[in-house]
Design a protein around this ligand. Structure first.
Ligand SMILES: C[S@@+](CC[C@H](N)C(=O)[O-])C[C@H]1O[C@@H](n2cnc3c(N)ncnc32)[C@H](O)[C@@H]1O
Length: 439
């Protein structure tokens, strides 16, 4: 069978939707194996992520049209991705979308199978039906379908942020994230980097949040000279603020207690002269990524790695060992939906409550390892109260020897803690709080 952008997209979606593979891993594997042009790879990526992102919306459109059991396993993923293109990729003519779907159906089922006719019939009916949405008065249901978020999450956002802000967050979470880079070489200015990348036909925009990040508008930055030389790295602008919250002297002993894949470990190491950073993570296999990041950016001599459950850190280190500790905690990741669309389907309210408990446990066990006068930064890439503000409140309640220290980072005003929602700065949603241990 001829490989095309859409056949690779369909193969990937079959793996993700029918076999529960992770979309980024399944897609990367499929793209690597394919011989598609960069343009076709971009189309495949758009179709795969777009179909997953809008699955609740697309299910709603297809439901009234499917009246028989779909026997062939490829049919539903094919209908979903065709419906995605029909509703969201306005530049592709409907006839082209349907022709391509018919070709794929023939290839996957054989010309004589009823599956081909079924796909053709359902797509024609979809064209006649047009877009369906629930009644607007049924607010949660309407927003759930329109933005393709589970209803409980819509309700949760409305409870937490109010209706207007919830809508804005839902909408922003569906806008694909531009790649963000951070300048790691302090001798390079924003415009130096923008100019050098422009020479390699990579277009950038300044980040509104920090002076050391740029957003990539166009081009593959991972292939640029600056990236290969380790002078820039890929890191979200909001995420980069967690390390900025520390006041480094350069000689500190630092613990990065949840470190993989190492984005913040290397950022810490860049700030150190005679100091060093111990990068730990519960998953030993992920520490290879931390080592690789440190090597690429030339800071390996300042980074030690150790596999460790942060809740057992006291078995490994004596009290007061570290001057600074970062807990970039495991979390529900609801600030990352722009980049990982399926997070919205994977998480349940029970997960949020469970993660909140893990986060509190990690902080409780880590706290004694900080030396008096030392700084502890707690961060998450989520926006739930249970994992952000509630964790901070619980920590302060249980640790009279710690105080919350206001943070002044990036282009933000000084504040008690930083909570960035995904609709503000073209960045991930992110939370940062800083504590000082009384000395
Ligand atoms: C948000 S990620 C960290 C991202 C990383 N700081 C960076 O900037 O690249 C959270 C990490 O915590 C790790 N983790 C989960 N539970 C942990 C635990 N109990 N102790 C230590 N690490 C844990 C996960 O394996 C994951 O790599």
């Amino acid at each position: 069978m001829m490989t095309s952008a859409r056949s690779v997209a369909l193969d990937t979606l079959i793996k993700v939707l029918n076999q529960n593979s992770y979309s980024n891993i399944a897609l990367n594997n499929a793209l690597e194996k394919s011989k598609l042009s960069d343009k076709d790879k971009a189309l495949t990526t758009k179709i795969v992520y777009g179909t997953i992102q809008y699955k609740i919306f697309l299910d709603y459109q297809l439901k009234p049209l499917i009246k028989t059991k779909l026997k062939d396993k490829f049919i539903y993923p094919l209908l979903l991705m065709s419906a995605y293109q029909y509703f969201f990729l306005e530049r592709i003519p409907t006839s082209a979308i349907f022709d391509e779907a018919n070709k794929l159906a023939k290839n996957y089922s054989g010309r004589n199978s009823g599956s081909y006719k079924l796909v053709n019939g359902i797509l024609r009916a979809l064209d006649r039906q047009g877009e369906l949405l629930p009644n607007k008065n049924n607010t949660e249901e309407y927003l759930s379908i329109k933005y393709s978020f589970p209803k409980w999450l819509v309700e949760y956002f409305i409870d937490l942020f109010g209706l207007k802000r919830a809508k804005s967050i839902l909408s922003a979470s569906n806008i694909p994230a531009a790649t963000s880079i951070r300048i790691t070489d302090s001798n390079l200015s924003h415009s130096d980097v923008a100019d050098q990348l422009a020479k390699e036909k990579i277009k950038t925009l300044p980040s509104k949040l920090t002076d050391h990040n740029l957003l990539i508008e166009h081009g593959n930055v991972a292939k640029s000279d600056l990236f290969k030389e380790g002078k820039i790295t890929i890191q979200d602008s909001a995420a980069s603020l967690a390390v900025d919250a520390f006041n480094f002297k350069g000689n500190e002993k630092v613990l990065d207690a949840c470190s993989a894949p190492g984005g913040k470990t290397v950022q810490i190491a860049e700030q150190l002269t005679t100091g060093n950073v111990t990068a730990s993570d519960i998953h030993e296999n992920k520490l290879a990524l931390v080592k690789k990041a440190a090597q690429r950016l030339g800071v390996s001599d300042k980074v030690k790695t150790v596999a460790l459950d942060a809740r057992k850190a006291q078995d490994h280190f004596t009290s007061g060992t570290f001057n600074k500790i970062l807990v970039d905690a495991p979390c529900s990741g609801l600030g990352l939906i722009r980049r990982k669309p399926e997070i919205r389907y994977d998480k349940k309210l029970a997960d949020i409550k469970n993660l909140s408990k893990i986060q509190k446990d990690i902080l409780n066990h880590i706290a004694p390892l900080l030396a008096p006068g030392g700084e502890l930064v707690y961060s998450t890439c989520t926006i739930t109260k249970e994992e952000d503000e509630d964790v901070v409140a619980a920590f302060l309640k249980n640790h009279a020897d710690f105080e919350l220290v206001p943070i002044k980072v990036g282009n933000l005003p000084k504040q008690d803690f930083v909570k960035i929602l995904p609709d503000e700065f073209n960045s991930d949603g992110f939370f940062i709080a800083k504590f000082k241990k009384r000395g």
